[in-house]
Design a protein around this ligand. Structure first.
Ligand code: HEC
Length: 260
């Protein structure tokens, strides 16, 4: 007997059309949604996104540097009215520092009146440096009371790191050293380098008057330097100059022999 003689149907019954349709939709629809999302996320669309909760997010306004048909010159931004002064300041103010236009006092270096840019000199290595003020600006008068005031400000703002004698061993520095070498009172097997605070020794000859200009110290106080933070926002401009006068007095006293 041959196999072909046996009479039975080896073909499986066809699945119902509904099932085929459901499976095909089930396979292709998520792919379609996925590609649509991918496309939307990766291609630039000049139209804004669909934004359901507006919450005043979109308002009619002119952005900086944009154009406007309202004005003849076509610019949305308007120029200052000639002769106006910075908002919140009074033209009748008796304070000559009103506009902080005295660059030596408020920046510590010279600005060229012609170009409005920093006057730049070269240091011994040929690198550009601002022309720092060597002495004191006109807004301060250096006398004993001023230096005393500077001492007070120094003790508030600098002492913690630079120390009372300026040698860089203030309480913050000493505490950091303890943190680096002790763990809860127990000496660490190996000092960790993670806490390192090395305030400059302000009595070092490289920081004395004539070598390190007052304007440069002013900039270190204002903007910081290396690992020292800028303290500008915390110390008034005149107080910064007072601190400088005190640091100078301190340096002088530290350079003298005991007999002098
Ligand atoms: C939080 C600690 C801290 C305080 C507060 C602090 N300093 Fe310093 N200062 C440092 C450290 C640290 C350095 C070393 C910075 C470096 O070289 O990376 C430094 C460096 C300096 C230098 C030398 C910058 C140079 O050119 O090398 C001057 C000048 C100075 N400080 C002045 C002051 C004066 C003035 C005050 C107070 C108004 C002050 N510092 C407050 C930590 C401090």
């Amino acid at each position: 007997m041959k196999l072909s003689d046996i009479d039975f149907d080896l073909r499986l019954p066809k699945p119902p059309m509904v099932l085929v349709a459901v499976l095909m939709i089930g396979a292709f629809v998520p792919m379609g949604i996925g590609s649509a999302i991918w496309f939307k996320r990766n291609y630039f669309d000049p139209n804004p996104r669909i934004h359901i909760f507006q919450d005043m997010d979109n308002q009619a306004k002119k952005k900086a540097q944009s154009t406007s048909d309202v004005f003849v010159d076509g610019r949305a931004m308007r120029d200052y009215v000639p002769g106006t002064v910075a908002w919140g300041r009074s033209a009748n103010s008796t304070d000559p520092g009103m506009l902080k236009s005295d660059d030596l006092a408020y920046r510590g270096f010279e600005i060229s009146p012609e170009t409005g840019e920093k006057v730049v000199l070269e240091d011994e290595n040929g690198n550009p440096v601002p022309k720092f003020l060597a002495g004191y600006p006109d807004i301060v008068e250096v006398d004993q009371a001023f230096i005393r005031h500077g001492q007070e400000q120094y003790m508030i703002h600098c002492y913690t790191c630079h120390g009372a004698d300026g040698r860089g061993m203030g309480p913050a520095k000493r505490a950091m050293d303890v943190l680096a070498t002790y763990d809860q009172g127990v000496p660490k097997a190996k000092a960790t380098g993670t806490v390192a605070l090395i305030p400059a020794n302000l009595t070092d000859p490289k920081f004395v008057e004539g070598t390190y200009a007052n304007g440069k110290v002013f900039n270190v106080i204002t903007h910081g330097q290396g690992t020292m933070n800028g303290l500008g926002p915390m110390i008034k401009v005149k107080d910064r100059w007072a601190i400088i006068a005190y640091v100078r007095a301190m340096q002088t006293s530290q350079q003298q022999a005991a007999a002098e």
